[in-house]
Design a protein around this ligand. Structure first.
Ligand SMILES: Nc1ncnc2c1ncn2[C@@H]1O[C@H](COP(=O)(O)OP(=O)(O)O)[C@@H](O)[C@H]1O
Ligand SMILES: N[C@@H](CCOP(=O)(O)O)C(=O)O
Length: 320
């Protein structure tokens, strides 16, 4: 359940009046999501999404996220578009929190991932990378390689409660990754969290991406690696090379990658696995037992990391 901030009928109606979307008819909190409070609101003009930004999102980053969504939608990327109020502002305040209203995206995220979904994702991700190229604002990745050690240090004390030796293994992984991280690869706007629950489909066609709150400027290969990890491993931890082949081959039909990107993919995939392992571990050891949102299993990403540690070349991901 991710509705951290409750809103009252009156304050929401007043907030909605400033946007030209007719009167508020009804609203309902959305249980999914982790970072923010989301409501689906029905107005005389149909459904919209209301987001109240909670403390995990840095307020100073909000103009970047909102302008990025507008930029991408102008370049035919289907994503939530922030509405402007009668003063031309997308960002307002509601129930004491920064808040914005977005267009509603139709479709559903895939509960059971098929190879065809991975192919669609590859194309959509490459289109996003291309569309973001002329976006003028910059946001550094605040969960990049040089931030991982700090995260680990904050959980080191409890890491071995999750699995004996985990802290030491992660520390060794960072010793490996930090001096080798390929910072010189092609960069641009990346989504950085394109997990299945953030990618909508209508039938077998991708109908849009949501949740751009980790979007930043970083290497494109890292975004691809995040997707490979989140979409191409089965529940039992097995790597599905058919899914990866489709993800990567459809990506390169839109934006081809360089030899350097291909060669670096196994290392970048290790980094991408380490990043989510660490944030999940942090949440696992710091989330109170009675919290609204149940933390995700860090060990799922430990298995993925171990797989990539054994990979010798990107050919093992199905790349020719
Ligand atoms: N523009 C949108 N259109 C339709 N549904 C949306 C939209 N934005 C968010 N949602 C719904 O809200 C849920 C949580 O949104 P998300 O951005 O992932 O939250 P969080 O940032 O808290 O993780 C999604 O799983 C989806 O069901
Ligand atoms: N995708 C991340 C967690 C972030 O959650 P989201 O609801 O904001 O996508 C993970 O799986 O660890």
């Amino acid at each position: 359940m991710a509705v951290y901030t409750e809103v009252s009928d009156d304050e929401l109606s007043t907030f909605v009046e400033r946007f030209s979307i007719g009167a508020l008819l009804s609203y309902k909190g959305i249980a999914e999501g982790v970072e923010n409070s989301n409501y689906i609101i029905q107005t005389e003009q149909g459904p919209f999404i209301l987001t109240l930004y909670e403390k995990r999102v840095n307020e100073a980053d909000l103009p970047f996220f909102l302008n990025l969504l507008e930029h991408l939608s102008e370049r035919e990327i289907t994503c939530p578009v922030p509405l402007k109020d009668d003063k031309g502002q997308a960002l307002g305040t509601l129930a004491g929190r920064p808040a914005a209203i977005f267009t509603f995206l139709s479709g559903m995220w895939p509960r059971k991932i098929k190879p065809v979904h991975c192919g669609e994702l590859g194309r959509a991700l490459a289109e996003l990378h291309v569309a973001g190229r002329d976006f003028p604002m910059k946001r550094a990745n605040d969960l990049g390689v040089m931030d991982w050690r700090g995260l680990l240090n904050q959980c080191l004390e409890h890491a071995d409660d999750v699995q004996v030796g985990l802290g030491e293994k992660l520390s060794a992984e960072l010793d490996y990754l930090e001096p080798r991280w390929p910072i010189g690869l092609p960069k641009g706007i990346i989504h950085a969290d394109a997990f299945p629950d953030n990618v909508f489909f209508r039938g077998e066609k991708c109908s849009g991406l949501i949740d751009f709150y980790f979007a930043c400027h970083d290497i494109f290969a890292y975004d691809l690696a995040i997707c490979m990890n989140a979409w191409c491993f089965e529940k039992d931890g097995d790597f599905n090379v058919t899914k990866a082949r489709l993800l990567l081959s459809n990506y390169r039909k839109v934006r081809d990658f360089s030899t350097e990107e291909v060669d670096a993919l196994p290392m970048v995939a290790r980094g991408a696995a380490t990043r989510f392992l660490l944030t999940r571990l942090y949440d696992w050891v710091n989330t109170p037992k009675d919290a609204l949102v149940k933390p995700k299993d860090p060990m799922e990403y430990f298995k993925i990391l171990k797989f990539h540690q054994s990979v010798r070349s990107a050919a093992e991901y199905g790349l020719q």
